[in-house]
Design a protein around this ligand. Structure first.
Ligand code: RTP
Length: 151
């Protein structure tokens, strides 16, 4: 487990429209993760089909692409210990009704097709997603807080 593990976290169009951007960012900052890339983008359907290529063929795929292309999303890369698995735990389950209270989905949403955020499900998919959403790369910097967050 590395203190420089990275995950791709995205606030979906409903999260942006509902004004939840600040709250979601705050949870990752407060947990001790470091923001190393962020942008507001209006993704194309083609880009989203690449992002969700593993789900092509699922009955909900066309609706998912339409929903994800319906407005801007906030694309982010967060770095820190166990970022992928802990990031997913912070988001909650795919179906918000099965998400524990205290998780982002468990606190802010109800429907699987409007679940406000995305998080990479493995270190390998995080690497792929970071390249897809940030072909320009991420920012390298040292935070003075790091020695207070990691041993
Ligand atoms: P995400 O990629 O967005 O973080 O979600 P996930 O890994 O938790 O779930 P995944 O199975 O990869 O599904 C991707 C997104 O598709 C929508 N979905 N709708 N209507 C449905 O039954 C259904 N199932 C999945 C959700 O927005 C889910 O986050």
């Amino acid at each position: 487990m590395s203190t420089t593990e990275r995950t791709y976290i995205m606030i979906k169009p409903d999260g942006v429209q509902r004004g939840l951007v600040g709250k979601i960012i705050q949870r990752f900052e407060e947990r001790g993760y470091k923001l190393i890339a962020m942008k507001l983008v209006q993704p194309t359907e083609q880009h989203l089909e690449n992002h969700y290529a593993d789900l092509k063929g699922k009955p909900f795929f066309p609706g998912l692409i339409k929903y994800m292309a319906s407005g801007p999303v906030v694309a982010m890369v967060w770095q820190g210990l166990d970022a992928v698995k802990t990031g997913r735990a912070m988001l909650g389950a795919t179906n918000p009704l099965q998400s524990p209270v205290g998780s982002i989905r468990g606190d802010f949403c109800l429907a699987v097709g409007r679940n406000i955020c995305h998080g990479s499900d493995s270190v390998e998919s995080a690497e792929k997603e970071i390249k897809l959403w940030f072909p320009e790369g991420v920012v390298q910097y040292t935070s003075a807080l790091e020695s207070w967050i990691f041993e």
